[in-house]
Design a protein around this ligand. Structure first.
Ligand code: FAD
Length: 396
């Protein structure tokens, strides 16, 4: 396959040079020239006004997806408890479905889990696809992948959202491979393209330095995972409440794995997701002792302590308290960023906070661009003063 330039038509406008994601077009003597590492992606052809770029590639035809309907959310449960990310995804699914004029469905797999149905309806599911089987009692990759595949092939959803949890990260890629569709992992934003009606899936790329928006024109369902805490749960009781029971045949032999024992790792008991106030520290805190002052402030405000990857790597706080692209996503009422520069990877985890207060001695620190209030100063003076004021306020 080749791409070539009709030099009579080319006006050397450089649009193709700017558009090529691979840097595979150059201008030589006023005309565009395709370089050997061109991948024939076709981007240059889309932007070429005089239509001077040609290819012998067959144009890719968008299949007819008019039978693909509904926004599905995988309702993840373990031991009969729904993971809160399912409610967050149902919240997002409601707005996506409204934009498409389609309905929201939850997909519930398990054994004797029908008592979870009312909760799913309370959080906006119009329908629940319910598959119950003894082999689905505990999560196992093959049994869940097979059941989900059967549901997708039978009911043909348009969009499928899953939590980027341990289960979701295991199941989603396996499932996308089985049904032959793409998957965008760890999305931070989802919306519907108003012109094409396709799902726009935004996620950090290139180490978090850019946000990439990915759209899938050629296969269905459009599959995305979203990390817990990124979307907002919206309680909205559905009026439809239809349960579609779907049977699958599963044998232990084909599943090939058994759950012998289950144990829970002792956590630190930190719940950043539930915290209304988070006092977060960065390198500017200085050391572990400096971090203690943040714990005192957090206690005075009834909040929790978090931090950047730098302070986690320094061992000043445990990894459960890391906020950001490779840490937790939080949305407290108040986020106090102390000695944090505001790198994009950190901001990715805290931008959903209602109010951001930044304390930094550098007035040019990027954190001030996303802060509602900023205090330019030494945190070693500001934090104890704030703590004193909050403690005094409590005593009054
Ligand atoms: C793939 C990838 C993933 C990443 N994931 C994450 C992630 O999940 N979370 C995360 O946080 N980072 C992440 N990072 C790291 C990120 O790029 C930054 O390096 C990090 O967030 C910076 O942390 P910081 O703000 O603590 O430190 P710095 O950038 O060094 O900033 C320290 C700030 O403290 C201020 N300061 C210093 N002393 C004082 C003082 N006495 N009083 C007030 N202010 C003071 C300084 O002015 C400065 O602005 C990731 C990086 C990569 C490449």
């Amino acid at each position: 396959m080749a791409v070539w330039i009709d030099t009579d038509l080319c006006n050397g406008c450089k649009r193709c040079v700017k558009a090529c994601p691979y840097g595979a077009v150059e201008i030589k003597e006023g005309k565009a020239r395709i370089l050997p590492h061109c991948t024939s992606c076709g981007t240059c052809m889309e932007v070429c006004k005089p239509q001077a770029i040609h290819t012998d590639m067959e144009p890719k035809i968008i299949p007819d997806f008019s039978d693909r309907k509904g926004v599905w959310v995988f309702a993840e449960q373990r031991g009969g408890s729904l993971n809160p990310v399912s409610f967050e995804l149902l919240g997002k699914a409601q707005s996506l479905a409204a934009d498409l004029g389609q309905e929201v469905s939850a997909v519930l797999l398990g054994h004797q889990v029908s008592e979870l149905l009312p909760t799913l309806f309370d959080f906006g599911a119009n329908h629940v696809y319910l598959t119950q089987h003894k082999a689905l009692q505990d999560y196992r990759t093959l049994s869940y992948a097979k059941a989900m595949e059967s549901l997708i092939l039978t009911y043909k959803p348009n969009i499928l959202l899953m939590g980027a949890t341990h289960i979701g990260r295991d199941l989603a890629p396996r499932l996308s491979r089985r049904v032959g569709v793409g998957l965008t992992a760890d999305c931070t934003e989802l919306s519907i393209d108003p012109e094409e009606g396709i799902l726009l899936q935004t996620r950090p790329a290139f180490g978090g330095n850019v946000m990439a928006t990915i759209a899938n024109r050629y296969s269905r369902p459009q599959m995305a995972t979203v990390r817990p805490g990124v979307m907002e749960a919206v309680k909205k009781r559905s009026t439809l409440k239809k349960v579609i029971k779907h049977k699958v045949s599963l044998t232990e032999k084909e599943i090939g794995s058994k759950v012998l024992e289950q144990f829970k790792e002792e956590g630190t008991g930190v719940s950043l997701n539930d915290a209304k106030v988070i006092v977060a520290g960065g390198r500017g805190v200085g050391d572990e002792a400096g971090m203690k002052a943040l714990f005192t402030l957090a206690r005075a405000m009834g909040g929790e302590v978090a931090g950047t990857r730098i302070v986690v790597e320094a061992g000043w706080i445990p990894v459960e308290r890391q906020v950001g692209q490779t840490g937790q996503t939080v949305r407290p009422e108040i986020y106090i960023a102390c000695g944090i520069s505001g790198a994009i990877q950190h901001r990715a985890g805290m931008l959903g906070s209602r109010y951001v207060i930044a304390i930094n001695k550098d007035p040019g620190a990027p954190i001030f661009q996303v802060a509602d209030w900023g205090i330019v100063g030494d945190l070693h003076q500001v934090v104890p003063e704030l703590t004193r004021r909050f403690q005094e306020g409590k005593r009054k």
